[in-house]
Design a protein around this ligand. Sequence first.
Ligand SMILES: Nc1nc2c(ncn2[C@@H]2O[C@H](COP(=O)(O)OP(=O)(O)O)[C@@H](O)[C@H]2O)c(=O)[nH]1
Ligand SMILES: [Mg+2]
Ligand SMILES: [Zn+2]
Length: 304
Amino acid sequence: MKGIVLRSTGSFYTVLGEDHIRYNCRVRGKIRLEGIKETNPVAVGDQVLFDTEQDVGSIMEILPRKNHMLRQSVKKTGHAHVLAANIDQVLVVATMALPRTSTGFIDRVLVSAEAFGIPQILLLNKRDVMDEQDRAVAEEIQSLYSSIGVEVVIVSALHDDLNIVKDLLKGRTTLIAGHSGVGKSTLLNSIAPEIGQATSDISDFTAKGVHTTTFAETFEIGEKTFIIDTPGVKEWGLVDMNAQEISDYFPDMRTVRLDCKFQSRCLHINEPGCAVKTAVAEGKIAQSRYDNYVRMASGEDNRK
Ligand SMILES: Nc1nc2c(ncn2[C@@H]2O[C@H](COP(=O)(O)OP(=O)(O)O)[C@@H](O)[C@H]2O)c(=O)[nH]1
Ligand SMILES: [Mg+2]
Ligand SMILES: [Zn+2]
């Protein structure tokens, strides 16, 4: 039977079959998928062929992936880990306060998605508790990211009707990313109450590093509509990317960088005649985007 992998624990997989029944499966024997060198052969979001003859089903084959996203393997063995496969879009959930999300985190996720050719949505949550200053910053962020092709919505997952968000998600598979406490579970509950996601107290978000689940999990929130929740967002890394590649995945730098004096060799950091730096000075590229680029390009850890 054909199915989609909803959840993986590393040895067992929950597969949603075409018959709409969930099966517990494992991988028996060797599975081949061309070009795979990652630590986990089968990822959440994979379309698979599986056999249901035994109590525990057997995944026989992974169907070709439309795309996938990698994250740095937790153990830093040099191997990458497939975060999820067949993703239509990435939804970054961020907040101005309680907790405050840095633009460094937002840009890191956007660049990671861009690197795999996946469109992005930015959701600024907790609109109801934004003060005047937060609101001004949120609107600034909205206009900045809209200008580089990212859809931005400012909402309250607790109090708004969320029709805009539902429309954006409808019929698609969306990978959701955001720090603990920003309201991802609350958002899922508002959109699809039947999935009954546990939410944590605001005070819990300071308890860093305490993750109850370490596995990506997919929720079906409507017909052909899936949300993949990925715990451990701190491990999101820019796998094997050098400065040139990173600047390629900043849409606002992409065209400008061809005008740099040293063109493809320019890192846009100290080089004379750098068109990117000029564009920053002229306000054509946002200072925050440039600063975040420099941090990523110099390999500095800005995952917070
Ligand atoms: N005021 C306010 N609180 C929210 C909103 N969304 C979520 N929260 C609260 O933020 C806390 C963390 O939410 P949760 O959904 O568990 O975050 P997660 O860790 O990203 O899944 C909970 O106490 C929620 O009630 C919102 O729009 N406004
Ligand atoms: Mg949660
Ligand atoms: Zn340059």
